[in-house]
Every structure is written in C-alpha cells, then in structure tokens.
Design a binder for this molecule. Structure first.
Ligand SMILES: Nc1ncnc2c1ncn2[C@@H]1O[C@H](COP(=O)(O)OP(=O)(O)OP(=O)(O)O)[C@@H](O)[C@H]1O
Length: 316
C-alpha cells in the first residue's frame, strides 16, 4: 500500500514460558491520515501488537515499521515518529501540565525556543489554557487524558497510539476528546486506537482490524464489515425464564439462523427473515415452555455483531 504509515508483516510474539504465540503471524497496514481501530477480545494480542509498534515489546519474528522506520531494527529513530497515550495516567503529578509538556519536548530534542510555544498552542487546542499552570493533582480524569494527548503531540509524531482513550470518561469529555482526535486526523496525523467500546470504534474509526488469538480476522471500514452481515436482521429477546434448553428450541424455528446468549436471559437471534415475522412464533414457543418475553428489540447488525460473529465472544 503506497500510503501506508504502519506496516506489520508476519509479526510473531511469544512470551517466555508460554505455549502459544500472543501474536501469531499478524499482518496489516494502516494508511497515512486515518483513524484505525484495533479490536479484539481480552487476550487477543492488541496490547502486545501496540507494544511492538511502540518499541516496548520485543518481537519474536516478523517485521513492523512506523513512519517508514523499522521499529525492531531502529527503535530510537522509530520513537521520533510515534507517540503513545497509555491507558493509565503517567504524568508527573508534581509538575504542572505546561511543565509536563515542555519536559517531554526537551526529552525528545525539540529545540528550546519551540517548546514553550508548542506547549501553549496544544494547551489551547485541548481546552487547558486557563489551568495550564495548576498542579496536575488538581485535574479531573478527563483533563488528565487531554494533557496526556497534548503531551504526546509535543514532538509532532506521525502516528499516535491511543489505548482505550475514553475509558472512564464522562460523555462530555468523551465527545470533546473525539473532536480533537478527528481534528488531528484531518491535519494528517495517523491514529491507531484500541477500544472496548464497539459503538465508539464504529463511529470513530475509518477502518477497523479485528484480531483474535494473535491473528487478523477482518479488516475493513465499519460500514463494509456490518454490510458483510447484511441480509441478517437481529431480534434480541429477554426471556422471563433462564433455561439453556430454550436456546436450542428457538434456534430450530424457521427463519432463525443462529442464537447467541448475550446475558443470563437475553438471547440474540440472527434471522434470515424479517424480525417482526418471528415475534409470534417465538412467543408461542416460549409460552408452550412456561416462559414469556419481558423485552424485545429489533435491529440491524452492528459492528458488535460482526465482532461476535467472527470471534464468538463479546468484547468484555
Ligand atoms: N508480559 C507478558 N508476559 C507473558 N504473557 C503475556 C504478557 N503480556 C501479555 N501476555 C499474554 O499474551 C496474550 C495476549 O495479551 P495482550 O495483552 O496482548 O492482549 P489484549 O488483546 O491487549 O488483551 P486486553 O484486551 O485484555 O488488554 C495473552 O494470552 C496474555 O496473557
């Protein structure tokens, strides 16, 4: 791909004393200037992959590059091309946000004259100008997250890796952050994010890669991925009695392709016929087995359905 800025080829990582590879022959590319979502269930190998790309984890085999630099052969140069915002706050809490930004820039060799100016610009863009000289200790979770992203941008990385960037944030902080991330993308920074929030992944990502057991299951735009399940409508039922035998009975109904248990008494039916046509047969069947419906939801497939379909598991 001519405009690829992250290239992963046949990447393998096996941790010492482990029987299986955490990353198992993974290949994918991220295009310059896109928001790329890396999704997978717990233990799929996302953090390990990001760890290799950001030079924190040593690969066992394969190649990976960021901004045209081989991260395995040339980690020091690669670090000038990328930035990571980890899930946990790791700011120096004894310093102000402005000092955190300026020190980070110094560490990355940004010329002295540019550090303060760049810090002021970024603090302004992230809505932190007023409180840039308070101690970080006094900051809310949402503000800390903004400082972390602003800090990561101080050395003008080509690729920004965001690990669960909005986990634990209130809706307003979340929206603010996503607007900033979109701005960054629009100005040419490539964003690679991991998230457990499927709706967020679908809304934010230009493309998503779904991985499990260390290899790639699918990679496309969210729209194309959900389209791959189209023709399938979905009926979600909450049943008044949690009985595993009911799943088999419902699955045998005409028009039901397959059934998944979402939670205790919540079933998701993937249909080959329009959802409303199935309501009466389902109700009759349940009634004949001493169960009823307490909630019904008709819908089109979402990215989460694609994910469950591919991995057989929910995200959490
Ligand atoms: N430092 C480590 N030492 C040994 N095994 C590890 C280490 N880090 C991860 N693993 C194992 O590698 C596999 C992949 O883990 P990884 O953290 O990359 O997955 P993940 O997709 O990021 O999961 P999560 O969503 O839970 O963060 C798992 O089986 C995990 O137990």
């Amino acid at each position: 791909m001519a405009d690829a800025t992250v290239v992963v080829e046949d990447l393998v990582k096996r941790y010492p004393k482990k029987e299986v590879n955490a990353v198992d022959g993974l290949s994918f590319e991220v295009r310059r200037g896109e928001i790329f979502g890396l999704l997978g269930p717990n233990g799929a190998g996302k953090s390990t992959t990001i760890g290799v790309l950001t030079t924190r984890v040593r690969a066992t085999g394969g190649t990976a590059s960021v901004g045209g630099v081989d991260v395995i052969a040339n980690p020091v140069l690669a670090r000038t091309k990328l930035a990571v915002v980890p899930q946990r706050g790791n700011l120096d809490r004894s310093l102000t946000p402005r000092q955190n930004l300026v020190f980070h820039a110094a560490y990355h060799g940004v010329p002295r004259a540019e550090r303060r100016e760049r810090a002021a610009t970024l603090l302004g863009e992230f809505g932190l100008a007023d409180r840039a000289d308070d101690k970080v200790e006094q900051y809310s979770g949402g503000m800390v997250q903004r400082v972390m992203i602003a800090r990561a941008l101080m050395h003008e990385p080509e690729v920004l890796f965001l690990d669960e960037p909005t986990a634990g944030l209130d809706p307003q902080s979340r929206l603010f952050l996503w607007d900033r991330v979109r701005d960054l993308r629009d100005r040419g920074t490539t964003i690679v994010l991991t998230t457990h929030d499927m709706d967020e992944a679908a809304e934010m990502s230009d493309r998503v890669g779904i991985i499990d057991h260390g290899s790639l299951l699918a990679l496309d735009t969210p729209a194309a991925l959900t389209h791959s399940l189209s023709g399938q409508s979905i009926l979600e039922l909450t049943v008044t009695r949690d009985d595993p035998a009911l799943i088999g009975l419902v699955a045998d109904l005409d028009g039901v392709d397959r059934v998944e248990k979402v939670k205790d008494s919540r079933l998701r039916l993937y249909l080959t016929r329009p959802g409303p046509d199935l309501l009466a047969p389902v109700a009759t069947l349940l009634g004949a087995h001493d169960a009823g419906l307490s909630d019904v939801h008709l819908g089109e497939p979402s990215l989460e359905d694609v994910f469950i379909n591919l991995t057989g598991r929910g995200l959490r």
